[in-house]
Design a protein around this ligand. Structure first.
Ligand code: CDM
Ligand code: ATP
Length: 301
């Protein structure tokens, strides 16, 4: 028997970053929105823990114990006293090291898949607890939809989304390390007081109303200056998408993927085509929001 779980990517429609904490993390007001680009994780019983990966970016994904999906299986197994003898196959469609929480998606997917395969029947609260141990973005990959994450981003409050948002994601040539982007942001703030992070009421209202124009006016990412400082070529990608008619453009999370909000599906296709022709990115993908969190798609026997 195998179990397959589908998990979405995310874009941060607001990422407010506070000062560095003693534990090295930053307090956030992090408004996550799940987007319809998915990884699929399939769990099959095996003699020992093994990870494989397919997809265009598969070569960049570690297959050893550092893989977040493997870490998730081990964490669940440890908690329930089940040996993590499982083959995890990741069908990867989410850009790797792109600021779209691909590894986090695989962790949430592996957790839900192993829970079903092993019959451990963990409660939602227990799953969220394990997710938070695995990484700050992992709880949101489980939940999907839209949510405000506080603390280091792991403490979630779900948010209402009143319509479909159309996005284009420009995949950059190369990746950015999330800790390096936070470090660069700290460096850029050196000598200044960092304001406490606060969620924007106008942004939460734009999501609730499903109003793309209003959302376009309030999108913000405090990590964008740091991502641009480390990856200056992204400026020309942002400009190319705006010139092609996107309502707004921003760096997705820690980057280097850039995200463009479009007025409708047709406009998104046009922006994607223009980005592909611009030569400022490796690929341009169209996707809509919100998307569901980790979802079991095939318990096959
Ligand atoms: C940039 C975002 O993707 C926005 O959602 C997240 O904040 C990053 O989440 P993530 O990749 O799940 O991050 P984690 O695996 O928890 O942490 C990786 C590293 O990112 C930095 N980090 C992460 C989250 C946070 N609130 N403050 C941080 O400073 C720390 O250097 C940490 O060691
Ligand atoms: N299952 C996985 N898929 C992709 N990368 C993984 C995975 N497990 C571990 N990694 C490692 O994590 C690094 C970051 O990968 P990931 O794709 O999650 O980045 P990201 O999308 O920028 O993350 P985030 O948006 O959560 O900061 C990769 O370079 C890789 O070394």
């Amino acid at each position: 028997m195998s179990v397959t779980v589908r998990v979405p990517a995310k874009v941060n429609v607001q990422l407010a970053v506070g000062g560095a904490r003693p534990d090295g993390f930053h307090d956030l007001a992090n408004v996550f929105l799940a987007v319809g680009l998915y990884d699929e994780v399939t769990a099959t019983p095996a003699d020992s823990l093994r990870v494989t990966c397919s997809g265009p970016d598969a070569a960049q994904v570690p297959l050893d114990a550092s893989n977040l999906a493997a870490r998730a299986a081990l964490a669940l197994g440890e908690r329930y006293g089940v040996p993590a003898d499982v083959h995890l196959h990741i069908a990867k469609d989410i850009p790797v090291a792109g600021g779209m929480a691909g590894g986090s998606a695989d962790a949430a997917g592996a957790l839900v898949a192993c829970d079903a395969l092993w019959g451990t029947n963990a409660s939602r609260a227990e799953l969220l607890d394990i997710c938070a141990e695995l990484g700050s973005d992992v709880p949101f990959s489980l939940v999907g939809g839209a949510a405000l994450g506080v603390g280091r981003g792991e403490r979630l409050t779900e948010l209402a989304v009143g319509g479909t948002f159309h996005w284009v994601f420009a995949v950059a040539d190369g990746g950015l390390s999330t800790p390096a982007v936070y470090r660069e942001s700290d460096r850029m703030w050196e000598g200044h007081d960092v304001p406490a992070p606060e969620a924007s009421p106008a942004l939460i209202e734009a999501l609730r109303a499903g109003d793309a124009e209003a959302l376009a006016g309030v999108l913000s990412n405090d990590l964008e200056p740091a991502a641009l400082s480390l990856f200056p070529a992204l400026e020309s990608t942002l400009t190319a998408g705006l010139d092609a008619g996107a309502l707004a453009a921003l760096v997705s999370g820690s980057g280097p993927t850039t995200a463009f909000l479009a007025a409708d599906a047709g406009s998104a296709e046009g922006v994607a085509e223009a980005l592909r022709k611009s030569g400022t990115c490796r690929a341009a993908r169209v996707a809509s929001s919100p998307a569901p969190g980790a979802t079991l798609t095939s318990p096959t026997s």
